[in-house]
Design a binder for this molecule. Structure first.
Ligand code: ADP
Ligand code: ZN
Ligand code: ZN
Length: 828
């Protein structure tokens, strides 16, 4: 007898462990087995888990006795080879487990979930005399189907703790329980009402009218509403049950009566949860200015030379319109477009501009897209084949790089300098722009990165021929660049001219704007009411009990709050060190500025946009809408207001405190301050009138301020690049940070010290630390940082492997539960 060859599957599982896991493929599942399909497998002694088949082989890659695959639920692969290759690059580059990448990439709904289901015991003899009423119901139901989930059984029996019921039946050996896996995603279903075949004939319909008119007026109304809505006899529209009832103001009973009479039929259909806004503008008719046309041409030249393109376009230069043209070209080629944006604050405006041109072909994907919508989008992308109703463009935040594009033809990274493209927690700690560059390279997709203030890295690559640089240095139309003034805070203080946190210059500019019915944006890079409380006699300030930070006062809730762990506490009435009752406030946040604005500028309508006011799904949109509709005069906000927003009536922008950005101890603070100031300035005077920007600082001659005032990007770049080269920072090195954490401060210190020593031994590159980070304790864990500066010129793969191995050894040595180690590549 011929022996069938045994096949093995190397399976990717969502666990933070390196490598793949080998299973045997039972013969009966062989026809199903192929890479990219989901599988259900046993994991450890008791668990079952869902993973993805990566490879099928005839050699067993494990010394242990492999277990069998239990199920292969997919008919078609959901992940393709290209997707796997990209995931593997992320795992290698960012030093994390491939399972962690899978976890980040797959929408929650498509990860299979374990469910307990119940079936009749194979030996059950059918005797139901000993069963209680509710047990009887369970057994009855199971006789019609092979198995039922606990949820179904709850529905059937109405029993609140159905598990107890099942437990009893298991003991009596009437039923058996089994773990199964299923996908949580369910397509949305709607009921459609249609006219039954016999009544589609004119004569039959007329008779029906006559009978209903005499006896059932409500039913007649339903019928007439249906005819009106569908446009019978053409029947161009499909009518949902809910809509019909609402339009006819009829009761479900009347409708049921018609269904029972055989007049209407009802059927269930799958419906979309995605937004189906129609297209309003024709992209063919979009006219670009001559400089936009030129930039577009240069971008396309860059694409034909196979180079990533960096589009350096000043604020208001019309980068979005250029993207629209590029997207339109891609759609005409039946290709898909990945449009990455840093944060949702910006998405709502951009998405509206995109929808106007591309209608339902554009969809959004970000942290507030719900799980069902994500899963539907994912499925739609997998089945893309260029049909008119397929999704061609996805505007998304960083995790969009994991979407399964089948025929990608363009990647856009808008506001490429923005550091929210970097994921800090949990692994994979990837940077979406850098990952997108790799994705473009792996799959040969043109990529354009745009910014008014490019990152030092990107500009460095652009000036060293790795990227194609395209410049667009004038605003679109007749709009001028805003005029930036620096207001000297220390001078105003010494002259006693400050009005709370406002210099006379800023007060004047705001008053003038309000008098002309213009709007104002005030940028304050901290939220909360005031930075902190302190004791005026001894300097004590209330800190978080779990983190090494000062608490921030939030006036609206009248509490102190920790911005790292969320801890809240009541206001102290006296100093806990010296007992003094003189508690003062120092520093200031968005909430305080908003309050002061309302006091200083009577009658001005003030709104605040920050982390605290934008928690709910629609909060951003409503704040932005109110500002767009000119229902708000002054918008006070954090970083959120600096980003890409396009308002036509803003004439003044105030930067409340430039110093706290500039003197932040980080090698990027110079670059970031420049970016923030230029970006927020870019919100002013975008349409026709000239904008005015007032930047408040105590050291008004600082280079960053002078350069931001002139929007002198190139000089900022030159100074920064020189400094980074000198001190060995990116783009001249690659940074890797290892964070060592423990509830025990001494353990953290010891483990960090040992690891740093072994890294120094093994690596040629400089190893800095361990050091206390700026915030040295978060959520009761003490932290240490080790920083490695890998030289840029050689292939970092081998060095990274060493770092990974040494960290793994340290992890084992320290007893893994007590000390944790986190590797962060390009921590920024
Ligand atoms: P950026 O993203 O470069 O800051 P935008 O794309 O937001 O600039 O453009 C600034 C303003 O000019 C927007 O209101 C935009 O609608 C308008 N605009 C830019 N290009 C065009 C164009 N070709 N036709 C019409 N309006 C344009
Ligand atoms: Zn805290
Ligand atoms: Zn005190």
């Amino acid at each position: 007898m011929e022996q069938e060859t045994q096949h093995f599957a190397d399976v990717l599982l969502p666990v933070p462990l390196p490598g793949l896991f080998t299973y045997t493929i039972p013969l009966e599942l062989m026809p199903e087995a192929s890479p990219g399909k989901r599988v259900v497998v046993p994991f450890g002694p008791t668990r079952i888990m869902a993973g993805l088949i990566r490879k099928i082989t005839t050699t067993c890659n494990t010394t242990a006795n492999p277990k069998e695959i239990l199920e292969i639920p997919d008919e078609e692969p959901i992940i393709q080879e290209e997707d796997f290759l990209f995931w593997e690059w992320i795992a290698r580059y960012y030093l994390c487990a491939p399972g962690e990448v899978m976890q980040a990439a797959l929408p929650a709904m498509l990860r299979l979930e374990s469910q307990t289901s119940v079936a009749l015991h194979p030996d059950f003899d059918g005797d139901k005399t000993t069963l209680s009423d509710q047990e009887f119901l369970v057994v009855e139901a199971l006789q019609y189907t092979d198995r039922l989930t606990l949820k179904k059984l709850t529905d059937i029996t109405g029993h609140p703790r159905v598990i107890n019921l099942v437990q009893g039946l298991i003991e009596k050996q009437v039923v058996v329980a089994r773990e199964t896996m299923s996908e949580a995603y369910r397509p949305k279903r709607v009921t459609v009402v249609d006219l039954a075949q016999p009544y589609r004939d004119e004569k039959a319909l007329e008779e029906l009218f006559n009978t209903l008119e005499k006896r059932a007026y409500k039913q007649l109304e339903l019928l007439m509403t249906w005819i009106r809505l569908t446009g019978f006899p053409e029947r161009t529209a499909v009518i949902l049950r809910q809509r019909l009832l609402k339009e006819a103001s009829a009761s479900p009973a009347a409708l049921t009566a018609l269904v029972d009479k055989g007049v209407f039929t009802e059927s269930a259909q799958e419906a979309s949860r995605l937004d189906k806004q129609p297209q309003e503008k024709d992209p063919e008719e979009l006219q670009l200015s001559p400089s936009q046309e030129q930039a577009l041409q240069q971008i396309q030249d860059g694409f034909s030379n196979n180079k990533p393109v960096l589009l350096h376009g000043v604020t208001g230069s019309g980068k979005t319109e250029i993207y629209i043209r590029l997207i339109h070209e891609a759609i005409k080629r039946k290709q898909q477009v990945l449009y990455l944006l840093p944060e949702i604050a910006l998405t709502s405006q951009i998405i509206n501009r995109m929808k106007a041109y591309f209608g339902h072909k554009v969809q959004v994907f970000h942290s507030r897209t719900n799980d069902h919508e994500r899963a539907e989008l994912w499925k739609n992308l997998i089945s893309f084949n260029g049909h008119d109703d397929d999704i061609s463009v996805v505007v998304c935040a960083r995790s969009g790089i994991f979407l399964p594009f089948r025929n990608p033809g363009l990647i856009i990274v808008d506001e490429e300098h923005d550091h929210s493209f970097k994921q800090f927690e949990p692994a994979p700690r990837y940077h979406a722009r850098d990952s997108a560059l790799m994705l473009a390279k792996l799959r040969n997709i043109p990529i354009v990165m745009g910014s008014a203030t490019p990152s030092i890295e990107s500009y460095h690559h652009a000036t060293h021929k790795r990227f194609q640089l395209v410049e667009l240095l004038v605003r679109y139309g007749s709009a001028q660049m805003p005029k930036v003034e620096i207001a000297n805070v220390s001078e105003a203080i010494s002259k006693k001219a400050m009005r709370s946190h406002f210099t006379p210059q800023l007060v004047h500019a705001i008053k003038e704007a309000l008098a002309q019915k213009k709007q104002v944006i005030l940028f304050q890079n901290r939220r909360g009411f005031s930075l902190r409380l302190f004791c005026s006699s001894c300097g004590w300030h209330p800190g978080c009990p779990h983190c090494d930070v000062t608490l921030t006062y939030h006036k609206s809730i009248n509490k102190l709050k920790c911005h790292y762990c969320g801890h809240m506490s009541a206001l102290p009435t006296s100093c806990s060190e010296c007992g003094s009752k003189e508690i003062r406030t120092g520093g200031f946040g968005t909430e305080k500025i908003a309050e002061e604005s309302a006091l200083l500028f009577a009658n001005a309508r003030v709104k605040r946009m920050d982390f605290d006011t934008t928690r709910t799904k629609d909060a951003y949109q409503s704040i932005i809408n109110a500002f767009e509709q000119r229902e708000t005069d002054i918008l006070v906000g954090t970083q959120m207001v600096t980003k890409g927003l396009d308002f036509s009536n803003v004439s003044v922008v105030g930067v409340m405190n430039a110093d706290s950005m500039i003197y932040f101890p980080d090698f990027r603070s110079f670059e970031r301050s420049f970016q923030h100031i230029v970006q927020v300035s870019g919100r002013a005077g975008r349409h026709t009138h000239e904008g005015r920007v007032v930047v408040q600082s105590s050291r008004p001659t600082h280079d960053v301020l002078l350069l931001a005032r002139q929007n002198h990007y190139k000089e900022m770049y030159r100074l920064q690049a020189e400094e980074r080269r000198l001190f060995g920072y990116p783009p001249f090195t690659r940074l890797i940070r290892i964070v060592v954490k423990s509830k025990n401060n001494q353990l953290a210190g010891g483990a960090a010290h040992d690891l740093a020593a072994s890294l120094r031994n093994a690596l040629a590159a400089p190893v800095l630390g361990p050091e206390y980070p700026l915030v040295a304790k978060i959520r009761n864990e003490y932290l240490r940082h080790i920083l490695i500066k890998l030289p840029r010129n050689k292939n970092p793969g081998a060095e990274k492997r060493k770092i990974e191995i040494l960290t793994e050894e340290a992890r084992k040595k320290s007893g893994s539960s007590k000390v944790r180690f986190v590797i962060d590549v390009d921590p920024y």
